[in-house]
Ligand binder design. Structure first.
Ligand SMILES: O=c1ccn([C@@H]2O[C@H](COP(=O)(O)OP(=O)(O)O[C@H]3OC[C@@H](O)[C@H](O)[C@H]3O)[C@@H](O)[C@H]2O)c(=O)[nH]1
Length: 449
């Protein structure tokens, strides 16, 4: 396993490793050396899953000790990518020693030729949905072909995309979508990496179910002319680690399903004014809330970012926290009734299998397509009204969306709750996962034949 150095990538690769290990396979996981500690608890089969530490090279502009995207602001991603690419020699040595049957990877666009020279097959494992990758990475193949690619390629869905106008992007969403197509400092863009990795791998692998994303998977398979293997939902087992006492105690103090939990993943850093609208919107709901967000741009600490008088006003019912929090345990706490999310792919699955009402405020890239899929296609979530040109949202629109799903007797709230429950029950159906994983294993064996 060789994922991009980001929590949202390492986590699903490790979930997949656990599933492979459950079937008795040996997995070696290449991971930045100090980051390994953050993942030991998610390694459910340490006798079969071995971490190999990679030293992240020091490069200009990368803060000392930074190893993953959660250690740096998102605009420094290209610098981390330089360090990531410089691990190539370490990866090569590891592969020569290990001689694995297969490599699962995503951002290392240079891996397919290296693997081929060592006689190893490589599979691109997507940490994004089929819905979003087909919306973005079908048109983004222009980059692989050396053609110009811009936001105009993302406003309308690509030709043949299986869903019509409901997935159409607003201008700000399309702009966000192409952010990662920029060639920073003359380096290869993120989309160019992905389209190259996908085009040059043996097969593509998605954490997806045909029942949910079938038409999008078929579409992508045809467009890339690559076999797509599905792992199914690969839901992590409920963690044995209890929720940290301070959060458990705090949450225990509120009524069942009354607390709003708001978190935008491991990478997002917001603009200060939007951060303030968000927390003020939560304050306005009158509900208890727990926010997990990094300090916004231009602020060293959360305290200096909070609106004036905010802490005093929400004392006892509202907390804003800047450090890592056990999201899965929080979402399964009985007092938590609503999840305000950015709809990163990991959070999307976690919200689907939770009992929370879902409110979406996508922030970047694939999150816009994920959010539309959840609100317009599956109809399991509520979106927050935004301004078309720049995506600006107000505290009133945050408050309105939360209240629509949380207010007793709200018709919309009942509709999304019912649809959500249907999908949750489906995803948790006994044997669904086993049957997907068994099929997945058969296909992996076929690839090796
Ligand atoms: O404090 C935290 C923050 C995050 N997390 C966990 O970290 C993971 C974050 O993954 P997400 O996919 O939701 O979000 P990220 O923003 O980190 O992901 C990134 O890769 C996946 C893409 O879909 C996202 O667009 C991209 O931003 C989740 O599993 C979440 O439970 C915590 O457990 N605690």
């Amino acid at each position: 396993m060789f994922p991009w150095f980001a929590m949202g990538h390492i986590t699903p690769f490790l979930h997949l490793s656990n599933k492979l290990a459950e079937k008795g396979h040996k997995v070696t996981f290449l991971i930045p050396s100090n980051t390994q500690n953050k993942f030991n608890h998610l390694n459910h089969h340490p006798h079969l899953i071995q971490f190999i530490p990679l030293a992240v090279p020091q490069v200009d502009g990368l803060p000392l000790g930074a190893e993953t995207m959660s250690d740096i602001p998102v605009h420094q991603a290209p610098v981390l990518a330089v360090a990531f690419d410089l691990t190539k020699d370490q990866v090569k040595i590891a592969l020569e020693n290990l001689k694995p049957n297969l490599i699962f990877f995503d951002f290392a666009y240079w891996l397919p030729p290296l693997a081929e020279s060592l006689g190893v097959k490589c599979i691109f494992f997507s940490v994004c949905s089929a819905v979003s990758t087909s919306y973005i990475l079908v048109p983004a193949r222009k980059l692989y072909k050396g053609q110009h690619f811009s936001e105009h390629d993302l406003i309308e869905p690509p030709k043949g995309y299986p869903s019509g106008s409901s997935m159409k992007h607003l201008l700000f969403e399309a702009k966000d979508g192409v952010y990662f197509s920029s060639e920073f400092n003359g380096g290869i863009s993120f989309f160019h990496r992905l389209t190259t990795s996908m085009t040059e791998s043996q097969a593509l692998c998605y954490r997806a179910c045909t029942e949910m994303e079938g038409p999008f998977i078929d579409y992508f398979e045809k467009q890339y002319n690559k076999e797509i293997l599905l792992t199914g939902p690969i839901l992590p087992k409920p963690s044995h680690t209890p929720l940290e006492e301070r959060w458990a105690k705090w949450l225990d103090g509120f009524k069942q399903e009354s607390v709003v939990y708001c978190a935008f993943g491991s990478e997002c850093v917001m603009e200060k004014d939007q951060f303030q609208e968000l927390v003020l919107g939560l304050e306005q709901t009158g509900l208890p809330f727990l926010v997990r967000l990094k300090p916004p741009f231009g602020c060293e600490t959360l305290e200096e970012a909070l609106p004036e008088g905010f802490e005093e006003r929400v004392k006892g019912r509202g907390v804003v926290h800047g450090d890592w929090i056990q999201q899965q345990q929080i979402l399964s706490h009985a007092s938590v009734g609503c999840f305000v999310s950015h709809c990163g792919f990991g959070s999307m699955w976690e919200s689907l299998v939770s009992s929370c009402q879902i409110v979406l405020v996508p922030q970047a890239g694939d999150q816009h397509a994920n959010a539309k899929f959840m609100t317009k296609e599956l109809k399991v979530a509520m979106d927050v009204e935004r301004r078309e040109e720049d995506g600006w949202f107000t505290k009133e629109s945050v408050c309105k969306a939360v209240k629509l799903v949380m207010d007793e007797g709200s018709e919309v709230g009942e509709q999304v709750r019912a649809n959500h429950l249907k999908w949750k029950d489906f995803l948790l159906t006994e044997d669904l996962e086993t049957s997907y994983i068994n099929n997945f294993m058969i296909k992996l064996h076929d690839i090796l034949k």
